[in-house]
Design a protein around this ligand. Structure first.
Ligand SMILES: Nc1ncnc2c1ncn2[C@@H]1O[C@H](COP(=O)(O)OP(=O)(O)O)[C@@H](O)[C@H]1O
Ligand SMILES: [Mg+2]
Length: 250
């Protein structure tokens, strides 16, 4: 199998007649973490949604392990091992922690789900302590950990995660980042992450790409960007990011 897990090949996608992603092409290696940067409205979340089948590309291909998944159904994507942790809070607040995990396993069947829940809880001891509490009563950090745990129930090979650090304390953010790094290193999970906490996120990422108006304006190893004194400006896009476009870094 090729070392490339995810490939966007000339993808054009948007909402109704308004195109947001404009000929977007990039590749991500298996077991790597790619950070998506760019100003608000650049199309970062749209790129994740397109990969998760929430938006059908008008043009181009989205390849998962070499197979075109553009336009695949949600069920097919979950079965193919793609997990999505959207921005914000995405739990059933009045249901318990345990019930939220059970719902995450809906495509697995209850037997497998119940077998896997203890493994997930080992990763998140704080969540484990609150197993029978309503999800809404957890702290923001615990809720995000529960969402990630729910996604991990599927033993995904790809995790799409959109701005996980919003509303979390710096320590929890570090825990989340470290967990993603471990999943990539130990299980070969491929991660695409949108994150505004650029410096901390770059430290655990392998590559960064930046979008501007749905176009790729940068694709570089994360370590190179971390060493860049103008790093703050990358996050806003603009001429500096455009000047930094590197050809074929993967
Ligand atoms: N459901 C939607 N319907 C119409 N336009 C949308 C929708 N979601 C996002 N957009 C628009 O698409 C553009 C890109 O949005 P998004 O991908 O969320 O940007 P980013 O995540 O980079 O901030 C924005 O102009 C946004 O207003
Ligand atoms: Mg977004």
């Amino acid at each position: 199998m090729s070392d490339i897990c995810i490939e966007f090949d000339d993808v054009v996608a948007g909402y109704k007649d308004f195109m947001i992603l404009n000929n977007l092409s990039f590749k991500a290696h298996r077991g790597s973490i790619t950070l998506l940067l760019g100003p608000n409205g650049a199309g970062k979340s749209t790129a994740l949604k397109a990969l998760f089948g929430l938006l059908k590309p008008r043009q181009g291909r989205i390849l998962l392990d070499g197979r075109n998944i553009a336009g695949a159904t949600q069920k097919e994507l979950l079965a193919a091992g793609v997990a999505f942790v959207p921005q914000g809070r995405n739990l059933f607040g009045q249901l318990s922690v345990y019930e939220n995990l059970e719902l995450g396993g809906i495509t697995l069947g209850m037997k497998t789900t119940h077998e896997r829940i203890p493994e997930i809880l080992e990763l998140f001891p704080r969540v484990k302590e609150r197993l029978h509490s309503a999800a809404a009563s957890l702290s923001g950090g615990e809720q995000k950990q529960l969402e990630i745990g729910r996604a991990l129930l599927l033993r995904p090979k790809v995790i799409l995660i959109d701005e996980p650090s919003i509303g979390l304390s710096p320590l929890v953010v570090q825990d989340v980042f470290r967990l993603l790094r471990r999943l990539a290193d130990e299980q070969g999970v491929t991660v695409l992450m949108v994150e505004q906490n650029v410096k901390s996120a770059l430290k655990i990422s392998d590559y960064a790409i930046a979008l501007e108006s749905g176009r790729l304006v940068l694709h570089k190893p994360a370590g190179e960007l971390l060493a860049d004194p103008n790093i703050e400006r990358l996050f806003l896009g603009g001429a500096h990011a455009a000047a930094a476009v590197a050809p074929a870094t993967v």
